[in-house]
Write a protein that binds this ligand. Structure first.
Ligand SMILES: Cc1ncc(COP(=O)(O)O)c(C=O)c1O
Length: 403
C-alpha cells in the first residue's frame, strides 16, 4: 500500500489565512495577510497593458507549438535587460544566460536543482526571516539550509552589523540568498552603505549570491531597485537572479518568471544554460507560451512598455500612500509610539511590530487578518477599512497579552 500510508501535510500558512478570511462572516473585516497587490476596491486587477498585449497576441499568434526549452531567446534578452539593466548587459564583462521559469518560484527551483546536482554539499544561507517557500525549495533540492541574521525586531530594521559579521563567515562555495528589494516579510531593505558592505563580504568570501528579485519596481522603481544587486555584481564573478512578472505585471497565475545566471565568461554561460535546459526538460519540458509572450510584448513594444512603467508606478504610489495613511492613522491613535520605521520599509510587505499574540487577538476578536510575525500587506489596506484597521491595531497594542 502507498497512498494509505500518507498523512495530511500541513496547510500553507498564508493561503490558509485567505481561506479563513473568506469564510469569516463578520463585518467589517480586513485581509492584510494576502500576498498580492490590491487596488482601492480590493481587486487584484489585470493591468491595461496586459489586456492590450493579450488582444494583440490573439490576433497575431499563428501557432501554439512548443517553444524552445529555455523559452523564446528574445524573452531571455528582454528579461536580462530589465533585471540587470542595459549597461550591465552590454559591458560584456560577464557571460549571461536566461531560462524562462514558472514564476519566481520556478526560477528559484531551477537554480536550487542546478546547485543540488552540481554542488550537492553546498549550504544555502537564508536571511532570518525570509519567505517561507525558500526553505522548502532549497531543502527540496537536497541542499543544507543555514540562516544569517537580517531583521532586528529591536532595531526595527536590518541589523547591518550582525548581517555583515555573519556573511563574512560564510564559506567559499556556499550560497547566500539575498532579496534584491522589498524584503518579504519585513519590508526592510539594506541601505546603500549596507549593500556596499555585503558586496565587500561577497568579494572577500567567494560565496555565490542568489538574488530573489520578485518585486522589481515595487520599491523605488525598476531601475533603482536593482542598485544593491549591481553593487554586488560589480565585484563578484558569478550570481543567480530569480525574477518574476507575477507582481510587477500582475501576471500571478500565468506563472511567468525567469532564472538569469551571471557567469565569469560566455562559455560558462553556454554550459550553464545547457544544464538548465536539461532540468527544464525533465520537469516542465519546455517554456510556457502565453505568459512569456505577454511579458515580452509589453517589454518590446515601446508604447506598451511606457504604459506599463506608468501602471507600475501607479501601484507603487498606492503602496506608498497606504503606508503613509497607516502611519498617520496609527500616530493619531498612539502618539506615544514611534511608527517612523514603517515609512522606511519598501514594497507591499511590512513588519508592523505586533507580537504573535496580538496578531491572533486581531484575527479572533476583530477579524483583521495578518501573517504570524506581524507581516501585513500594505496594499491590502482599503479606504473603506483604513480607520477600522488603525482602530483595531491601536487597540491590540493596548492589550496586555501573554507571549
Ligand atoms: C520573496 C518572494 N520570492 C518569490 C516569490 C515567487 O513568486 P511567484 O512564483 O508567484 O512569481 C514570492 C511570492 O510571493 C516572494 O514573496
Amino acid at each position: 500500500m502507498f497512498f494509505s500510508e500518507l498523512s495530511m501535510a500541513p496547510a500553507d500558512a498564508i493561503l490558509g489565512l485567505t481561506a479563513a478570511f473568506k469564510a469569516d462572516t463578520r463585518t467589517p473585516k480586513a485581509n492584510l495577510g494576502v500576498g498580492v497587490f490590491m487596488d482601492e476596491s480590493g481587486r487584484t486587477p489585470v493591468l491595461d497593458v496586459v489586456r492590450h498585449a493579450e488582444r494583440a497576441l490573439l490576433e497575431e499568434e499563428q501557432t501554439k507549438t512548443y517553444l524552445p526549452i529555455a523559452g523564446d531567446p528574445a524573452f531571455g534578452e528582454a528579461v536580462r535587460q530589465l533585471v540587470l539593466g542595459a549597461d550591465f548587459c552590454t559591458e560584456g564583462r560577464h557571460g549571461l544566460a536566461t531560462v524562462q521559469a514558472l514564476g519566481g518560484t520556478g526560477a528559484l527551483f531551477l537554480g536550487a536543482r542546478l546547485l543540488g546536482t552540481f554542488r550537492p554539499g553546498a549550504k544555502v544561507w537564508l536571511p532570518k526571516p525570509t519567505w517561507g517557500n525558500h526553505r522548502s525549495i532549497f531543502r527540496g533540492a537536497g541542499l543544507e539550509i543555514a540562516e544569517y541574521p537580517y531583521y532586528s525586531a529591536t532595531l526595527r530594521q536590518v541589523d547591518a552589523d550582525a548581517l555583515v559579521v555573519a556573511l563574512a563567515e560564510v564559506a567559499p562555495g556556499d550560497v547566500v540568498l539575498l532579496h534584491a528589494c522589498c524584503h518579504n516579510p519585513s519590508g526592510a531593505d539594506p541601505d546603500a552603505a549596507t549593500w556596499t558592505r555585503i558586496a565587500e563580504a561577497a568579494r572577500k568570501g567567494g560565496w555565490l549570491p542568489f538574488f530573489d528579485f520578485a518585486y522589481q519596481g515595487f520599491g523605488d522603481g525598476p531601475d533603482a531597485d536593482r542598485a544593491g544587486l549591481l553593487e554586488i555584481l560589480r565585484v563578484v564573478p558569478e550570481a543567480f537572479v530569480a525574477s518574476s512578472f507575477s507582481k510587477n505585471m500582475g501576471l500571478y497565475s500565468e506563472r511567468v518568471g525567469a532564472l538569469t545566471v551571471v557567469t565569469a565568461d560566455a562559455p560558462s554561460a553556454e554550459a550553464t544554460l545547457s544544464q538548465l535546459r536539461c532540468i527544464v526538460r525533465a520537469t516542465s519540458s519546455n517554456a510556457q507560451r502565453h505568459g512569456g509572450a505577454v511579458a515580452l510584448k509589453v517589454l518590446q513594444d515601446p508604447s506598451l512598455r511606457s504604459d506599463w512603467l506608468a501602471e507600475l508606478e501607479g501601484m507603487r504610489h498606492r503602496i506608498v500612500a497606504n503606508r503613509t495613511a497607516l502611519v498617520d492613522g496609527l500616530r493619531a491613535r498612539r502618539g506615544d509610539v514611534d511608527f517612523s520605521y514603517l515609512l522606511r520599509q519598501k514594497g507591499m510587505f511590512s513588519y508592523c511590530g505586533l507580537t504573535d499574540a496580538q496578531v491572533n487577538w486581531l484575527r479572533e476578536v476583530k477579524a483583521v487578518y495578518m501573517v504570524k510575525g506581524g507581516r501585513i500587506n500594505v496594499a491590502g489596506l482599503l479606504p473603506s477599512t483604513l480607520d477600522f484597521v488603525c482602530d483595531s491595531i491601536a487597540e491590540a497594542m493596548g492589550q496586555n497579552l501573554p507571549g
